[in-house]
Ligand binder design. Structure first.
Ligand code: FAD
Length: 378
C-alpha cells in the first residue's frame, strides 16, 4: 500500500494506529493541535486490559516497553462505604489482567517508536471537507491545508473529522468529575494514603462518589463524581480554589474524614471535568476515504475502557489496512464492522455506571456486583 495515511490527533488512538502502520511499512503523518509532546500533563494512570489495550500493544510490537512501565501493586482494588468501612478488598497478586501505567509514559513509548517527524505538532485542524472520490481536504487553524485519500479522525471528543461521517455530537451525561492530587501522601496524609491502599479505591453512593488511586510513588489522584446538571457546577467559582474546595466538600458532609481529605487536602486547585458521551451505538454509513478511532468514534462516560478501546481501534485499523493493501474501502469496512459492536458493548457498561440505569450500580454493593460481572465477562 502506497497511500500515506493522514491521522488527526496524537492521543493513544492515533499514535497506536501510526505505530501499527509503521510496523507494516505503511507511512503515516499525525497532525496534533498541541504545540509539543510536553504541552500538557498527560496525568493519570490507566489500567491496560489484556482483552483490548494489551492486544493493541502486541500488534504495535511494544510489549517489552509496556512491561517496563507497569507500576507494581497498583491492581489492588477496594470499595468503601462513605463511613470508611471496607466492603471489598482485592490485593494485587501480580496475576491480574489490568496492569497500571502512567498515561504520559505510555504515550511517550508510542512517540519514541515512530520515525522522527511522523507527528506534526502545533497543527490544530479547524475544518475538513470532502472533495469527492474519497479525497478530503484538511484545514489548519494556523493556516495551510492538506489533501488526502485516507483520513483518520483520532481527535477525541470534539473531533473535526466526525462531521464528514455523522451529525452526532457529544451530550452532557449528567455527571461531572472534580479532580485533585495529594502529593507525598504516605508522610503528609497517612490516614488517607492507608485508606486508598496500594491501588484503587472507590466509595460510591447514588449521585456522589469518590474514586482515588495511587500513582507513581505515593501520589494520590482523586476524582469526586457528582451527578448534577451543568448549571449547578456553573454556580461554583472554580477560579477560587478554596471556595470551590469547600463547596464540593460540603456535598460529602458526614463521610469519613480520611475520604473527604481527598478533597479538602488537595495540593492542586480542584479541576472540574464535565463528562460527555456520544449516543451509545453511534455508527455511520461508509464514506469513502475516511474513518474515526477512539473517542472521536464512540466517546462514552469514563469507566476505564476508553483509552484501551482507542488503542485497540488504532491497532485493528492498522492491521486491516495492512491486510488489504490495494483496497482501502475493504479495510475500512472490515474495521468499522468490528468496531461498531465492540464499542457499543463497552458503552453499555459505562452508560449503566454513569447514568445509574442498573438498579443499584451507584451503590457500593451494586458496584462490587458490577465489577464481578464485568470481570467474568472477560
Ligand atoms: C476523567 C477521565 C478518566 C479516564 N480514565 C480512563 C481510564 O482509567 N482508562 C481508560 O481506558 N480510559 C479512561 N478515560 C477515557 C480516555 O481518556 C479516552 O477514552 C482516551 O483518551 C481516548 O483516546 P483518543 O486517542 O481517542 O483521544 P484523546 O486522548 O482525546 O486524544 C485526542 C488527541 O487529538 C488532539 N486533537 C483534538 N482536537 C484536535 C484538532 N482539532 N486538531 C488536531 N488535533 C486535535 C488532542 O490534543 C489529543 O492529543 C478517562 C477519561 C476521563 C475524562
Amino acid at each position: 500500500m502506497t497511500t500515506a495515511v493522514t491521522i488527526i490527533g496524537a492521543g493513544l488512538g492515533g499514535l497506536t494506529l501510526a505505530r501499527v502502520l509503521h510496523v507494516h511499512g505503511i507511512p503515516a503523518t499525525v497532525y496534533e493541535a498541541e504545540p509539543s509532546p510536553a504541552a500538557r500533563s498527560q496525568g493519570g494512570m490507566l489500567d491496560i486490559h489484556d482483552y483490548n489495550g494489551q492486544l493493541a500493544l502486541e500488534a504495535a510490537d511494544l510489549m517489552d516497553e509496556f512491561h517496563g512501565l507497569i507500576l507494581a501493586g497498583r491492581q489492588a482494588m477496594r470499595v468503601l462505604a462513605p463511613d470508611g468501612t471496607v466492603l471489598f478488598d482485592k490485593a494485587d497478586d501480580g496475576t491480574g489482567g489490568r496492569p497500571e501505567v502512567q498515561r504520559g509514559e505510555l504515550r511517550q513509548v508510542l512517540l519514541d517508536s515512530l520515525p522522527v517527524d511522523t507527528v506534526r505538532w502545533g497543527h490544530k485542524v479547524s475544518s475538513t471537507r470532502a472533495l469527492g472520490g474519497g479525497r478530503h481536504e484538511v484545514t489548519f487553524a494556523g493556516g495551510g491545508t492538506v489533501v488526502t485519500s485516507l483520513l483518520v479522525g483520532a481527535d477525541g471528543a470534539w473531533s473535526r473529522v466526525r462531521p464528514l461521517l455523522s451529525t452526532a455530537t457529544p451530550a452532557y451525561v449528567g455527571k461531572s468529575i472534580v479532580e485533585t492530587y495529594l502529593f507525598d501522601a504516605d508522610t503528609r496524609h497517612p490516614a488517607t494514603a492507608k485508606t486508598v491502599g496500594g491501588g484503587s479505591m472507590i466509595a460510591p453512593t447514588p449521585g456522589r462518589e469518590i474514586f482515588a488511586h495511587r500513582e507513581r510513588g505515593d501520589t494520590l489522584h482523586a476524582y469526586m463524581g457528582l451527578s448534577e446538571p451543568q448549571d449547578w457546577f456553573a454556580a461554583i467559582d472554580f477560579t477560587d480554589a478554596a471556595a470551590a474546595t469547600a463547596r464540593i466538600a460540603q456535598e460529602f458532609d458526614g463521610w469519613a474524614p480520611e475520604l473527604t481529605a481527598l478533597i479538602t487536602d488537595g495540593d492542586i486547585a480542584p479541576v472540574l471535568r464535565p463528562l460527555y458521551a456520544l449516543p451509545t451505538g453511534h455508527r455511520w454509513d461508509r464514506v469513502p476515504g475516511v474513518t474515526l478511532v477512539g473517542d472521536a468514534a464512540h466517546l462514552a462516560a469514563p469507566n476505564g475502557e476508553g483509552a484501551n478501546l482507542a488503542m485497540l481501534d488504532g491497532a485493528e485499523l492498522g492491521k486491516a489496512l495492512a491486510a488489504h493493501p490495494d483496497d482501502i474501502e475493504a479495510a475500512l469496512t472490515a474495521y468499522e464492522q468490528a468496531m461498531f459492536p465492540r464499542s457499543a458493548e463497552a458503552a453499555i457498561f459505562e452508560g449503566a455506571e454513569a447514568h445509574g440505569t442498573d438498579s443499584d450500580i451507584n451503590t457500593a454493593h451494586g458496584l462490587v456486583a458490577a465489577f464481578t460481572r464485568h470481570e467474568q465477562a472477560h
